[in-house]
Design a protein around this ligand. Structure first.
Ligand code: PLP
Ligand code: COI
Length: 340
């Protein structure tokens, strides 16, 4: 069946697709993969996901390439990261093979929702795991549901690849210094909603969080990592309280391939006076250029994109990443999985 969506104008929202895939962990083992066309789950009222936040998720994308083939970007990295998240909050890890098989299956089943080449859109893949067994004491669940839904999406920031302003607000932390920031735990996003809404109401696309211990170093944006170009180098925060972004990791590799030096280290706020480019990077955000970083506590404004345009290094990295994802350029690092 052909699918007619306005592919070029999709936002980052939810559009129903044909199927999702599910797998239950019960009696100490993962069961068979189930294919479902239901958009709901039936949960016990005392499930740990509902009471104690045992919920983790992932985000990855499938692209329709120039050659018509469907490519999923770096799926084994997402498979590894959800295991790390599971261990972080005492959930049952999903084996890499199961994760991989389910991603391939759900993309294939919903093939008609993979946006056409050239539309700028992609199929967003959202794996999630929840604790499902009844528990009123604060303890890990003994049963889990792992499911993957997909939905076609456009740009995360409505401006697309246009620079936007972000802000710093010290009254909010998203995570604790040695807390759950390094894992993709639903609660981190709940903890970011208040700050995010405030930032949006003031016209900012995202919050740039400082490290929650000293408020001295840059951490990351609500839904994405942060990088800057400083004197020709790609600099990005090293921190225990940020999510290890697969996009950031990929951009670092592409930067090195282009002969650009990469520094993953503490970045102080003062350094923002001397950067030439900055961007928020992630699966949803890709590389979203930053125009200005406003410190709402001190009133200081760090103007990054002085002419209002994305910088040359960010543009080159963005184009290179997209070209690999779309099969326009050779995938020399073996990042794509082709869905047969
Ligand atoms: N940081 C946070 C808090 C995120 O939610 C995301 C999105 O997944 C990222 C960073 C970027 O990670 P990735 O590039 O793996 O999508
Ligand atoms: C992603 O980039 O995949 C994310 O999960 C970020 C956001 C939509 C929460």
């Amino acid at each position: 069946m052909n699918t007619e969506l306005d592919w070029g104008n999709l936002s980052f929202g939810y559009i129903p697709t044909d199927y999702n895939v599910r797998c239950h962990f019960r009696n100490g083992k993962w069961g068979e993969i189930e294919v479902s066309s239901s958009e709901t789950v039936n949960l016990h009222i005392a499930a740990t996901a509902l009471h104690y936040g045992q919920e983790i998720f992932e985000g990855l994308k499938a692209f329709r390439g120039k050659d018509g083939k469907i490519r999923v970007f770096r799926l084994e990295e997402n498979a590894k990261r959800i295991i790390s998240s599971a261990n972080g909050i005492k959930m049952q890890p999903v084996p890499v093979e199961l994760f991989t098989e389910m991603v391939k299956k759900v993309v294939k089943l919903n093939e008609r929702f993979v946006p056409p080449y050239g539309s700028g859109a992609s199929l967003y893949i959202r794996p999630l795991e929840i604790g499902t067994s009844a528990q009123v004491g604060v303890k890990p669940s003994s049963e889990y549901l792992f499911l993957i839904l997909v939905t076609p999406v456009g740009p995360y920031f409505k401006e697309g690849f246009r620079p936007t302003n972000i802000c710093i607000m010290r009254e909010f932390d998203r995570v604790a210094p040695k807390g759950t920031g390094r894992w993709k735990v639903g609660g981190n996003y709940a903890a970011s909603l208040d700050a995010g809404e405030k930032a949006h109401s003031l016209g900012y696309s995202a919050v740039l969080y400082l490290d929650p211990k000293e408020k001295k170093y840059l951490d990351e944006c609500g839904p994405a990592n942060f990088f800057a170009i400083k004197d020709g180098k790609y600099i990005t925060p090293a921190s225990e309280s940020i999510l290890p972004s697969i996009t950031n990791m990929s951009l670092q590799q592409l930067a090195k391939d282009m002969g650009i030096e990469v520094e993953c280290r503490h970045i102080t706020l003062d350094e923002l006076d001397n950067i030439q480019e900055a961007a928020a990077c992630g699966t949803a955000a890709v590389a979203s250029p930053v125009a200005e970083i406003d410190d709402l506590d001190t009133g200081k404004k760090y103007v990054v994109a002085k002419d209002g345009n994305p910088g040359p290094v960010t543009t080159a990295l963005y184009n290179k990443l997209r070209a690999i994802q779309l099969g326009e350029e050779e995938d020399i690092h073996g990042w794509n999985t082709i869905i047969e």
